[in-house]
Design a protein around this ligand. Structure first.
Ligand code: ATP
Ligand code: MG
Length: 432
């Protein structure tokens, strides 16, 4: 036998047994986003490498270490998207969406690709739910984005999640901060990792976000951006807090959040859980007032955030929050002989048109394996069709759980089965 080909390290299959959880979360995310007026955007899985280099930032871990970059046959450099914002921003510009009225509110549910060391909550292909608001610099928008995400956690019954917020200022106030940071980190030149030594010159704030234990320990006592905010950024941060207060959303101020992508300005935030180990950040985001300009557009203050769906699922499991199981098939029709198989097929089709989930034998197996299969798929009811049922024009519908049987006329099957299903559902509701 040929050797089985296995999936690539850092990727996961979402199997039919599990996919209902994803569908449930995706459905919830869509309706939550749509209730705030967001519409879905779908952008390509690969983009020109320069989009991420410019958008995400040359000095970030994502661009320096984590991108899946390839040369095409025509020698173009393309990259699998490591995050969703750069693509959405490019599309916003390319399609001149500023003409459609601002703010432009968009959400996405996509896969992302980062070359990282795989572990729980950290994969090479992973899924994000993200939202973006293009074209508003008002602090009310920052609060709206946070409320949307907070509301999702609430609906899911996840209570032990902290919201941490910070402001990392604008290019104006950050230049003074960078000077002070450079001075601070220069004292530790012999201890910083090689990547951070490079960052010292180009983007010292990145050192605070370094995952190496030595750098992050040194980073802990580094000067804080909050102490260097210009009046405008300070005022913005105060207003964001007022909006969160009025919405009754609890938050902590964490001056160490700088976020891993270069495009952030002013507000940055993370939703963090202590319950899921080292990969505790479930959602991260903030303002990126300079991104659209960086990508060649007019000044368009914007913001957004992204949630890791794998981490959300881990968190839900840890918290004992269960996702409702999907319903099994309403009916399995077993058949004996060619004529009965034909009739079973026709009845199934008829019943599906009335909204029932039905299955029949499509293998050509004997009765026993058919009934075994009906058990395996957990069908609520079964029916056996053979020559005598066809002759008499009626058959018995069996409740697979109780064994109780009821007769239906084959010529009027859907009406008969509907009655049985109504009875069944009425009892189910009464049992609740
Ligand atoms: P981390 O600090 O954990 O590496 P990040 O700052 O790189 O996260 P973002 O770029 O802000 O993450 O992405 C937003 C969210 O996407 C994260 O909060 C996380 O939930 C999820 N995420 C990021 N990288 C991965 C990954 N490799 N595997 C699974 N989920 C991820
Ligand atoms: Mg990361």
């Amino acid at each position: 036998m040929a050797e089985i080909i296995r999936k690539i390290k850092g990727t996961e299959d979402i199997m039919p047994k599990e996919s209902y959880k994803w569908q449930f979360l995706e459905g919830l995310m869509r309706s939550q986003a749509e209730s705030y007026g967001f519409k879905e955007v779908r952008t390509p899985v690969f983009e020109q490498t320069s989009l991420f280099a410019r958008g995400v930032g040359e000095t970030t871990d994502v661009v320096q270490k984590e991108m899946y970059t390839f040369s095409t046959k025509g020698d173009d450099s393309i990259t699998l998207r490591p995050e969703g914002t750069a693509g959405a921003a490019r599309a916003f510009l390319e399609h001149s969406l500023h003409n459609d009225g601002l703010p432009s509110k968009q959400y996405y549910l996509t896969t992302c690709y980062r070359y990282e060391k795989p572990q729980a909550g950290r994969q090479r292909e992973f899924h994000q739910f993200g939202i973006e608001v293009f074209g508003t610099g008002n602090p009310c928008a920052d609060a709206e984005v946070i409320c949307l995400i907070n509301g999702l956690f609430n609906v899911l019954g996840l209570e032990k999640i902290r919201l941490e917020i910070n402001s990392i200022g604008c290019p104006k106030c950050r230049s003074e901060y960078h000077r002070v940071l450079k001075e601070y980190f220069s004292k530790y030149k012999d201890k910083l990792c090689d990547t951070c030594l490079g960052r010292l010159e180009r983007n010292p704030m990145r050192i605070i976000d370094c995952k190496s234990p030595v750098c992050s320990e040194i980073g802990k006592d580094a000067p804080k951006m909050l102490d260097y905010l210009c009046p405008e950024c300070k005022n913005h941060f105060e207003k964001v807090k007022s909006y969160l207060d009025i919405a009754g959303i609890k938050y902590e101020i964490n001056p160490s959040i700088v976020r891993g992508l270069d495009y952030y300005t002013k507000t940055v935030f993370e939703f963090v859980s202590d319950n899921i180990g080292a990969q505790g950040t479930v959602c991260g985001g903030g303002r990126y007032d300079g991104l659209i300009e960086e990508l060649g557009g007019q000044s368009t203050p914007s913001l957004g955030c992204a949630m890791g769906i794998e981490r959300l699922l881990i968190l839900m499991e840890e918290s004992g929050v269960e996702i409702p199981q999907p319903e099994n098939a309403d009916l399995y029709i077993a058949s004996m002989g060619d004529d009965a198989q034909l009739r079973a097929f026709a009845i199934c089709e008829e019943a599906r048109k009335s909204g029932f989930s039905t299955q029949c034998d499509i293998v050509g197996r004997g009765l026993r394996p058919q009934m075994k299969y009906a058990d395996k798929i957990g069908a609520k009811f079964s029916m056996v069709l053979g020559d005598s049922e066809l002759e008499q024009g009626k058959a018995e519908i069996k409740n697979m759980e109780t064994g109780e049987k009821k007769e239906v006329l084959l010529d009027d099957f859907t009406a008969g089965f509907s009655e049985i299903m109504i009875d069944y559902q009425t009892k189910q509701i009464a049992d609740l």
